[in-house]
Design a protein around this ligand. Structure first.
Ligand code: MG
Ligand code: MG
Length: 250
């Protein structure tokens, strides 16, 4: 495993990339409503990223056909934007966005409610967001990656939610996926966090079981029991003083 710790110069470029991702999320929050298609959301995201002199990181990544991943209800991650997918009142939609600016990547996902959603979906969103921020508290020098994972696991357990096992967080920098891999549950990981590490933390929690399967499109990951799933992600810089979120508005 090789972990590249970023210089101040590199972190500053990652902040620019993260700002562009945050700009797209701010717009998604405004435009997500009943009747819009995930393809329309994708086109909006593409235009914002390009108009900020960045490139959509996901587009063409291992052949992925979209700027965003748009995953509805029981879809966990990697949903393909489509003209056929029209948002309905009561849906939840996870939007994952990557932007590359001057060679550096920002990566952030958020799950949004479409209109009025059920109480259990509200709980799922609140709990998954809480698990992200609970994990982030440990993103400081000399803390351990295991404590990030453990904090996420503890919140999931508190709300009796399933934890997706096959996917997780990752280092980010010039590449979207760098070392280390970050599980969302304890694995006795011995890695000690050090300043300059930049890592995407991204819990994926389910209303039902942990298990997921990949659909025939070879991208879309869904829960095996078809119960709803949520995904919240920030790219974060480890510092001596604590976590510095890079995927936020500057
Ligand atoms: Mg992501
Ligand atoms: Mg990620």
């Amino acid at each position: 495993m090789s972990i590249h710790r970023k210089s101040k110069f590199e972190v500053n470029l990652m902040k620019q990339a993260g700002n562009i991702v945050a700009l797209v999320h701010a717009t998604m929050k405004e435009v997500i409503k009943e009747g819009i298609t995930t393809k329309e959301l994708d086109e909006i995201a593409y235009k914002i990223i390009k108009s900020n002199k960045a490139d959509p990181t996901f587009l063409g990544y291992h052949g992925f056909p979209g700027t965003i991943c748009a995953s509805i209800n029981e879809q966990v991650v990697h949903g393909i934007p489509s003209n056929e997918v029209v948002l309905k009142n009561g849906d939840i939609i996870s939007i994952d966005i990557g932007a590359t600016y001057k060679g550096f990547v920002g990566d952030s996902a958020w799950t949004y409610a479409v209109g009025e959603i059920s109480e259990e979906k509200k709980m799922l969103l609140k709990a998954t967001e809480e698990s992200l921020f609970s994990g982030l508290e440990h993103m400081k020098s000399n803390d351990r990656l295991e404590n990030v994972a453990g904090a996420i696991e503890d919140v999931a357990k508190k709300y009796n939610l399933g934890i997706v096992r096959q996917y997780g967080g990752h280092g980010v920098g010039r590449e979207m996926h760098e070392d280390p891999f970050v599980f969302n549950y304890r694995t006795n990981n011995q890695l000690v966090l050090q300043k300059g590490m930049t890592i995407a933390i991204e819990p994926m929690l389910n209303l039902g079981c942990d298990d997921v399967i990949v659909l025939d499109d070879e991208w879309t990951v869904v829960t095996k029991d078809k119960k709803a799933s949520a995904h919240f992600e920030h790219t974060v810089h480890v510092t001596d003083d604590g976590p510095e979120i890079l995927t936020k508005l500057l």
